[in-house]
Design a binder for this molecule. Sequence first.
Ligand SMILES: c1cc(-c2cnc[nH]2)ccn1
Length: 250
Amino acid sequence: MWIGVVSLFPEMFDALTCHGVTGRAVERDRIALEFWNPRDYATDRHRSVDDRPYGGGPGMLMKVDTLRSAIADARKRAFDATGKTPKVIYLSPQGRTLDQQGVQALASKSPLVVVAGRYEGIDERVVEHDIDEEWSIGDYVLSGGELPAMVLIDAAARLVPGVLGHQDSAIEDSFNDGLLDCPHYTRPEVIDGRQVPDILLSGNHAAIRRWRLKQSLGRTWQRRPDLLEGRTLNPEQRKLLDEFIEEYVL
Ligand SMILES: c1cc(-c2cnc[nH]2)ccn1
């Protein structure tokens, strides 16, 4: 998967390229991350990358010419590197809220160019002309689009074949189907009098699988019933959730 990033702070993305699953994926060329910094296109003495908003008011916007030049170069490189026209994504609170389905859609659209804004954002005409899709990671305002960009890239990278080991991808698959995760336990067996559920010590893997699925369904029902709306449960899932609800209300 090829991802171009337009950001004033490319060094922030070391968090992805130098660590963990994504760091290994970059090392193993499963994902390619390339960066374009609008500041590199600044021609004035102060290397300006921000500009005042028409209509006045507090704050600045990203300077149009340096931003558009960076996006244009990232687009060109995306095509040269992959032979495909990239989908250009802008991270902002005004975008569609990212969820796993959205991640799956974006992960299938390589190459991507991800634009991380700073200041109060970017000129609306740049959004209209240069951006294909606007995405949000939630209803809060951050200092910039870099952290949201890293969330998107991390989530998308995990879906690229070969990025997760077989075991991890099995874990992802089992819980990646839109349910909340079940509780997890590790040593010691007792913490402050709280014991590990006996089923997990039983060695009965079929029963353990059913218990985990039941907990996952039950937690989803309790904490995020919206995730179950419109969802058809298979007979096993229906039975396990009914059992959970019966035990819960007793
Ligand atoms: C995506 C972007 C942002 C954001 C970008 N710049 C300030 N906040 C917040 C949430 N999701």
